[in-house]
Structure formats: C-alpha cells, structure tokens
Design a protein around this ligand. Sequence first.
Ligand code: CP3
Length: 343
Amino acid sequence: MNNQRLLQALYRQPVDKIPVWFMRQAGRYLPEYQATRKQAGSFIKLCKTPELAAEVSLQPLRRFSVDAAILFSDILVLPDAMGLGLEVVETVGPRFARTISSSHDIQQLVIPDPEQELRYVMETVRLLRAELNNQVPLIGFAGSPWTVATYMVEGQTSKGFNIVKKMLYREPELLHALLKKITEATILYLQAQIEAGAQVIMIFDTWGGILQPLSYQAFSLTYMQTIIKKLNNKVPTIIYSKQTHGALEKIADSGCSAIGLDWTIELKEAKARVQHKVALQGNLDPAVLYASPEQIRMQITKLLTEIGSEPGYIFNVGHGLMPDINPEHVNVAVETVHAFSVL
Ligand code: CP3
C-alpha cells in the first residue's frame, strides 16, 4: 500500500514496486461487502448512503496491500440522476424505468448539478479522502457517454445491442444529441469528483468493442476525448475500453494518461503500439484467479516479465473481479506483483 506508486506510474515515472489494484475490488466476492449491502437494503441504497459506500470502498484495503482505492458507486447513477429511474434487480442486473427513443425524451433529460442530485457521490468522495488519509490515492470514475447511452436506450444490459445500433444507423443525429447531453453531464460530474477529492479519473467504456472501428471513433472515442480535454490534466485519466485494441493508437492520442487493457492483447504488443505516449494498465484475465495459487503466481510473473521494468505500468485485471473468486487468491496476486523486482 503506497500513496505514490499509482500516480508515479500514471505519469510514467520510476516506482519502487509495480502498483496494483483491481477493477471491482469492492464487491460480492467479499463477505463483508455482502453484509454491508444487506445492511443498506439494496445495491442502490448502498451507493446512495455515503457512510456505507465509503465503507465498502475501504474493505479491500483492509485485506490487501492494494495501491489505490476506487470510489464505490456505479456508472449508471448519472443517467439515474438525469431522470431515468435506476433499479438493480437481483440476478437480472441494472434496469431503467424509462428509456430514450426520441428527441423529446432527450429534451426531458436533466443535466444534474453534482452537488445536488449527486451529492451522495461527492459526500462519499469527501469521506473517503478523509478516511484514506493519504495512504493510497482515490480513483473517481464515470462511464463513457457511449456505454452509458447503451443502457439509456436499451434500458438494461443487452445481448445484441439491436435497439441502440438501430438508432445509430437510422437516426445518427438523435444518438449524437444524446451523447452530447451525456458528455455535458459527465464533464460536470467528473469535475465535481475532482473538486471533492478524486485524484485519478477513470472512464469505463465497457461496450466500446461492439462498434465497428469508424463508429467507435465517431460515437465513443470522440466524446471521451472531449471529456478528457475539459478535465484539463488536473488529475491523470485512464480510459478503459473493452475489445477495442484495434484503436489502441487512436486511444493513445486521445489525451488520456493511461489505457486500461482487457486481456485480449499481449502487453508487449500494446506497449510497442502506444510508443510511450501513455501508461498501460491491465491485463490479467480475472478468471486466472480461479486457478491454484501456484498457477496464479506463474501467470502473473509471465505477464510482468512481458511488460519489463520500464516506468508506466499498473497491474490490474482485464475486467472486473468475478463474484465467486476466493479473496485469498486476490492476495496471492497482490503479493506476486509487489514481490516482482522492478530494478
Ligand atoms: O470497481 C469497483 O470496485 C468500484 C465499483 C463499480 C461498480 N460498478 C459497482 C457495482 C464500478 C467501477 C462499476 C462500473 C460499471 N457499472 C461498469 C463499467 C465497468 C464494468 O464492469 O464493465 C458497468 C458496465 C456497470 C453497470 C453495472 N452495474 C452492471 C452491468 C451491473 C450488474 C453486473 C453485476 O456484476 O452484478 C452493475 C451492478 C454493480 N455495480 C455491482 C457492483 C459491485 C453488483 C451489485 C450487487 O449485486 O451488489
């Protein structure tokens, strides 16, 4: 656990040890998370109760020597605050009461004042900064406008994304109007998180990879770029886009500080292609954590050997930790990364 490593790696400066944290490091695989969620009554109530949200953010830090804390929230609280009514249905996942299908729907969306409608997030950030007391930096986040839009149009996690793709190809201007409005709201939301104390900003573009390359640029990357530009390098930024490594060079030129990689590309290839423009974060398949501790050590050592000891690397998984992994195996991963020599 260290307050500098993550920031040093994001700025591509030398580190004493490779920084490590995990996407979804707070979550259902931890019994203490399950208990706090039960206490809150539901996942949404947990997100909306700053004391409890801060508590679950801190839980993984009490178990593992990770080098970052991530705000406990969800990318869908922003569209919820814009007026769509989020519910998270047990075993189904997140769902919106209202969806977007017309320009009238878009006009109805509000641009939230983060210190009003999303005050609970800002309170969580402030509580976390106070409780972390500079032990590790705090990562704030939002979804990419495109990924958030898929939920706003489809109403839930989709299999084929037919509805939003129909909009993309039949009414591209309508989709652009929606993306513009989400972008505007996201900029205010992230600026407020930084004001409240977030020291790194990560943008989750989980569904970038369902787009063909030119559509990815026009409907996802451009909007992330606008957000990053507006944040004006106040804090380092990480773009996580899933299954979009065809666009790696373009993402590296977006102005972000780092790229979060899924596991479908070799780290050494990614490194060669981004040419020192950005730091890299990733990219162990989280399913490796189902394997034996011995296997986990072997796989991680292979990955770290591949990236070498040059500055600008953060260990992480290529997507969120699964709910049924053994927490002890997360510890094995942390210890393996920290034991790896960077000299
Ligand atoms: O990483 C962390 O520890 C911070 C917390 C975090 C959550 N969601 C908590 C959560 C973060 C960064 C997210 C981002 C998020 N949310 C993304 C992008 C990253 C990714 O994982 O792809 C997306 C697509 C969402 C939308 C979302 N929220 C889905 C699809 C689901 C259901 C899937 C699931 O795992 O149940 C959620 C719910 C959710 N968000 C949970 C957690 C811990 C599980 C809720 C629960 O039952 O306790």
